[in-house]
Design a protein around this ligand. Sequence first.
Ligand SMILES: Cc1cc2nc3c(=O)[nH]c(=O)nc-3n(C[C@H](O)[C@H](O)[C@H](O)COP(=O)(O)O)c2cc1C
Length: 359
Amino acid sequence: MKSNARKVLGICLLFFLFVPQGAGAAGKKGLLVHNSVYGSTIETAYWVKALIGYENKLDVMALPQVITIEPYDYVIIGSLTRDEKPTEDVYAFVERFRKELSQKQVCYYLTCGDTDETMILNIPGKKAHLIGGRNYLFDILETIPEVKPVVIGGFGGRQVMPTLNTSDSFRVWLVGKLAKEGAAWEGLDIWESLVPQRVEAFANEVRGKILGLGPREDAEQFRHFWQTLQPASLDDPAKKKYNPRKYTEHHSTDKILYVRSRMPGDLAAGKALIETWSKVHGFSLKEQKSTFYNTYYHAVKKYDAGELALHVVAATLPEDPGNVHFSFRNYDKPDKREKLEKDLQKARERINASGTVAE
Ligand SMILES: Cc1cc2nc3c(=O)[nH]c(=O)nc-3n(C[C@H](O)[C@H](O)[C@H](O)COP(=O)(O)O)c2cc1C
């Protein structure tokens, strides 16, 4: 009996030593600081907290409430997106705690309108560039390089048109007018772009990389933090708040030739396909930007009509694991780009030959 009791005691001790015990095992204290104007970033903050688990210490605060970050082992910084960046207040916060943040585990997440991380924005006065989701963090990562986030997220958000102030309303209208690929929010009172799987993937990464915990298998039960009964439009009940961008698309207009596609594989497979296709069809491929989840190229080729550039992006998205996505864009006039369009068709054939993915 005595030796049995000792055995049981020993097993219990081993269990406590080696099995993760939530906050007890990791013992890390976190701060989630949010900066929001219209509420989405706050909603996602409490959603992330729930996903990380109430048993794990995580203070959630608005940016002006933070007087010190000293007590915390890790800091999650959540911001809305303005002009393709986190807000000025978020920059000021990171600058203020620059030294301490560079010595702590930091995570960044953004709520934003555009979530497609293969998206290129080409508007007058600016060089065409990569935007959407996590891409809106490029600037803060370059400006404050000592702060190296261990987890990043670009969730999407919610825009409630009638509540926008006059200046914001005007700016949103202007962006819609400049958009070459349409404005998803037009005609809606509430427009949503948030991808729930991204919030869940972000929180699971925090659990894994910072707290040493496994991913939540029951993440979907927390989507109520986001869901609302309010309709997309007060005038038209048929309209939807959330219209995800299609993974497979081809449109050719006066303003743009745009192709979106995907295949099974990872980013390395996507890049290999683009590199082979460009070599075979005589493009010179110039890498513009590369991250762990996407790569943006200019594929340039000389035709009779002159030198034409195709903007190509290969990307993996948190909500679609196991697949790699592509976008191709050209902004020349249709009569000039005829031959380019044929070369692009060959890229599509290669992608399709690599295995199609059900929509
Ligand atoms: C004036 C203005 C500028 C914006 N600029 C961008 C932008 O550059 N890129 C983007 O994807 N979303 C942009 N958005 C969308 C917001 O980032 C998005 O709706 C966000 O979820 C709002 O967060 P909040 O509800 O916490 O304020 C903009 C919204 C407004 C009103």
